[in-house]
Design a binder for this molecule. Structure first.
Ligand code: ADP
Length: 629
């Protein structure tokens, strides 16, 4: 017999399970049944190509056995079984190792989270049992093995007697305590209810021998034990049931179990389609992103079934990237059972299904936006970025699909609005849709241009995510209204007359601005007067396609160091501000001081615009010089 230690992470997880305060300990049963069902599926797949399997499909089963006296609950299957090595690999360490790294980062959270979020599978047995034994014989192997563990101290593996291929898991159920009732897991009715609740759709029969007392015929007051086999699950996959027969709880349980989430989905999409493509689809919009959603590790896709049999776990071709958060499955009559991955990619039927699913998801999101604004805003906070990337990616190919699903915070009351709502609220005279970029709403609010827009009675959209401005640039215009960054050089709310007046002023001060530009060198493209500032002396704007915010984003990308991108900046000076007069005076009398003041003003504009100072030391020295004058 070999005695082994659990890998260290597993040991910690085991400790957690053993001392679990998780209130849904009952989920251990669905975890073990799912494993058994997977093992049956695996052997079933094998049987399609391998005649030596020797089990008829209808003979696959999961069997539950209760022994009250010895306090044991057994979960048996005649599935694929495990070899000695597989026992070690599968039950000696945590299969989903990523889950544990995540746990470490979130150490402070209750242990409730990890159990719910990852469905820790086999280990959950230790929530209800002090001693777990696994006897298993792998398909194609002569020897059977017994794995046994009484907790975090380790486990043993030894050969054992087992005639048929498959796995038998025996749990010695913990004694009940004052606070915890474990006896319920030895009650046949309780167990059969749990099967109904969590595992009803499992497509293999889950059987249990029921013992009932029946009156003995012809003999009054005499009873005998009758034992009969019952199948506890209906075996009808949830998605094949009529919608009217499914409760919200059914959907929620199904989702949580199948997709390892611990919160109910934000929206359930259940559709049956007949015609060009015949399929059932059951999809879910999660309430929040899985922990790895915004990483490379996340794999999008829907489970693909052919006539009720799983043929692919994550069929990526069924979902566009911008809807990658959708979880769920598709069951189609039209797909062949042993179609290969490569062939699937070119399958016209699959493409057709994907297309109709996309439309369906979009229309469900639109419905949600319309009839449950609060839920939609929550959804958008979780997955809006993905939609915005969807607008931007593929050269804007999908912008029309997605633009009405976007939300932005508006400076009017700080509420979320769609572009449509923004346009509908535009006061008469407002020509364009305005937006402003910055790290936070507060930082955007201090932009001089923000005041200008607000004073006019207009509102603008706050863009605080890196992708925001790129997405809006791709959209370009909405309902004939141009999308304009209020920090762009050509943003202007002046009347024609005011514009003319300013032009003359700029023309007259041309030489002074040349002189000032010299002081700033490469930092700016030009210096000029503006009429767009009310009380503020200066601001920075950009010309050409790249804004200050885009400059920041592009330069922070990997590999951006070699070719830094520069926005074409213009230092704009408020022609109505006393500083304008001062500058003109200095230009005539003291060019040296003019240069210093220009640098100071540029520094100020940078600070307000959220750009770092090109030379902070020089700026500070200049301020001190001025203070001590
Ligand atoms: P998961 O099922 O999420 O991979 P588990 O901890 O529940 O994680 O199980 C680990 C692995 O052990 C499974 O992936 C499977 O390979 C194996 N296993 C568990 N139960 C059985 C079983 N009844 N028959 C065959 N293999 C099993």
């Amino acid at each position: 017999m070999r005695t082994k230690q659990f890998k260290s992470e597993s040991k910690k997880l085991m400790d957690m399970m053993i001392n679990s305060i998780y209130t849904h300990k009952e989920i251990f049963l669905r975890e073990l049944i799912s494993n058994a069902s997977d093992a049956l599926d695996k052997l079933y797949f094998k049987s399609l190509t391998d005649n030596s399997v020797g089990i008829a499909p209808e003979d696959f089963e999961i069997r539950l056995e209760i022994d009250k006296e010895n306090r044991t609950l057994k979960i048996c299957d005649n599935g694929i079984g495990m070899t000695e090595e597989e026992l070690d690999n599968n039950l000696g360490t945590i299969a989903k190792s990523g889950s544990f790294d995540f746990k470490k980062e979130n150490e402070k959270k209750e242990n409730v989270d990890i159990i719910g979020q990852f469905g820790v599978g086999f280990y959950s047995a230790f929530m209800v049992s002090d001693c777990v034994t696994v006897e298993t014989k792998a398909f194609g192997s002569d020897t059977a093995y017994r794995w046994k563990s009484t907790g975090a101290s380790g486990y043993t593996v030894e050969p054992c007697e087992k005639e048929s291929v498959g796995t038998e898991i025996t749990l010695v159920i913990k004694p009940s305590t004052e606070d915890e009732n474990y006896d319920e897991f030895l009650d046949q009715y309780r167990i059969s209810n749990l099967v109904k609740k969590y595992s009803d759709y499992i497509r293999h029969p889950i059987k249990m021998a029921f013992t009932t007392k029946q009156p003995v015929e012809g003999k009054e007051n005499q009873y005998e034990d009758i034992v009969e086999d019952r199948t506890l699950n209906s075996m009808i996959p949830l998605w094949k049931k009529a919608k009217g027969d499914i409760t919200d709880e059914d959907y929620n349980n199904f989702y949580k179990e199948k997709f390892y989430d611990y919160t109910n989905p934000a929206r359930v999409i259940h559709t049956k389609t007949e015609g060009q493509a015949t399929y059932n689809a059951l999809m879910f919009i999660p309430e929040r992103p899985p922990f790895d959603y915004y990483t490379k590790e996340y794999e999008k896709g829907l489970q693909l079934y052919s006539k009720g049999v799983l043929i692919m776990d994550k069929c990526a071709d069924l979902l566009p990237d911008y809807f990658s958060f959708v979880k769920g499955l598709v069951d189609s009559e039209d797909l062949s059972l042993n179609i290969s991955r490569e062939m699937l990619q070119h399958d016209a039927q699959l493409k057709l299904i994907a297309k109709t699913l996309e439309k369906k998801i979009k229309s469900e999101l639109e419905k949600m936006l319309k009839d449950n604004r609060e839920a939609y805003e929550k959804f958008f906070k979780a997955f809006g970025i993905q939609l915005k990337f969807g607008v931007y990616n593929d050269y804007g190919m999908h912008k029309d699909t997605l633009k009405d699903l976007l939300l932005f915070r508006s400076s009017k009351e700080g509420k979320y609005v769609t572009l449509k709502e923004y346009v509908a609220q535009m006061p008469e005279g407002q020509q364009s849709i305005y937006y402003a970029c910055g790290e936070t709403d507060e930082k955007i609010d201090i932009l001089p241009q923000a005041d200008t827009v607000k004073e006019k009675g207009y509102s603008f959209l706050y863009l605080t995510e890196n992708v925001d401005e790129f997405a809006l640039k791709v959209i370009g215009e909405y309902e004939g209204k141009k999308l304009v960054n209020i920090c762009d050089n050509d943003f202007n709310l002046d009347t024609d007359e005011e514009k003319k007046e300013l032009e003359i002023k700029n023309e007259l001060a041309k030489d002074m601005f040349e002189e000032m530009k010299k002081a700033l060198g490469e930092n700016v493209n030009a210096v000029r007067y503006t009429g767009k500032l009310k009380s503020h002396p200066v601001c920075l704007t950009s010309e050409g396609g790249i804004s200050l915010e885009m400059e920041k984003v592009l330069n922070s990308m990997p590999n951006a160091e070699q070719n830094q991108i520069k926005a074409q900046l213009v230092l704009e000076i408020n022609s109505q501000h006393p500083i304008a007069e001062k500058l003109e005076k200095l230009y005539k009398e003291d060019k040296d001081t003019l240069a210093k003041y220009t640098k100071l003003l540029y520094g100020e504009a940078c600070l307000i615009g959220g750009k770092s100072l090109p030379d902070a030391l020089e700026h500070s020295n200049l301020v001190c010089e001025l203070m001590t004058k």
